[in-house]
Design a protein around this ligand. Structure first.
Ligand code: BEZ
Length: 218
């Protein structure tokens, strides 16, 4: 994967290669393309250390450590704070809440990673990253992007649901309907030719409303 330069406020789009970078983190220096090898990565930013909403979010990520490991997914956080601030916050949260935020957290003081990933939304803040979440597959492709403002915390259940939906879709060549959760029926991709359409209309193994709308159980 090549290191790609991006203008300050560009945003990675779904299907793009995840921009590569090397950065200082609470787990030492990390080159993203190395970190990403062989696993999914959820890269997420928070506006600032020692702030309340961010504390609830990052402890929620830490508490779901086993879930993400079981789904072959590494976590990596980011804010425009120093390593010293990160370490002090990690220690403070551990002491006060008993949760160790032991995934790497990038110290993006020069904002290079924030800029590459479109985490700076100047209408919201010129200096703090918004609450972004990037789902990057083991091939280094951007698969899903979320941006939340400073004043609204993210939904951990939705982050987990989206990850399982992406992985289940890949494994079964299907799509996920509204509000899909694990165990629910999935959408059979619509036919692309008249022959496929005719075959679909004869297929009694699926739960069919019409040729373009059919569900199946996995
Ligand atoms: C918070 O995490 O509580 C927060 C951070 C930046 C702006 C507003 C709230």
């Amino acid at each position: 994967m090549e290191n790609q330069e991006a203008p300050m406020y560009s945003m990675p789009r779904i299907g793009d290669p995840a921009p590569d970078f090397t950065a200082k983190t609470t787990a030492g220096e990390i080159t993203f393309s190395e970190f990403n090898k062989g696993s999914w990565v959820i890269l997420f930013s928070h506006p600032a250390d020692f702030t309340p909403v961010c504390t609830t979010e990052l402890t929620a990520f830490a508490e779901e450590k086993d879930f993400f490991a079981a789904h072959n997914t590494k976590l990596i956080g980011l804010s425009i704070d120093s390593i010293h601030a990160h370490l002090a916050w990690v220690n403070n949260v551990h002491k006060n809440l008993g949760v160790l935020m032991d995934f790497p957290i990038i110290a993006d003081l020069d904002m290079k990673v924030s800029q590459k990933y479109g985490m700076l939304h100047p209408g919201e803040s010129e200096t703090a990253a918004v609450r972004a979440v990037f789902f990057i597959d083991p091939q280094g492709k951007m698969r899903l992007v979320m941006y939340y403002p400073l004043n609204v915390g993210r939904n951990m259940e939705e982050i987990k649901r989206a990850l399982v939906a992406l992985q289940t879709s890949d494994a079964n060549s299907c799509a996920m309907p509204v509000n899909w959760t694990e165990g629910a029926q999935v959408i059979v991709p619509p036919p692309k030719t008249v022959d496929e359409m005719q075959a679909r209309l004869q297929d009694d193994t699926i739960d069919r409303v019409d040729f373009y709308l059919a569900r199946r159980s996995l």
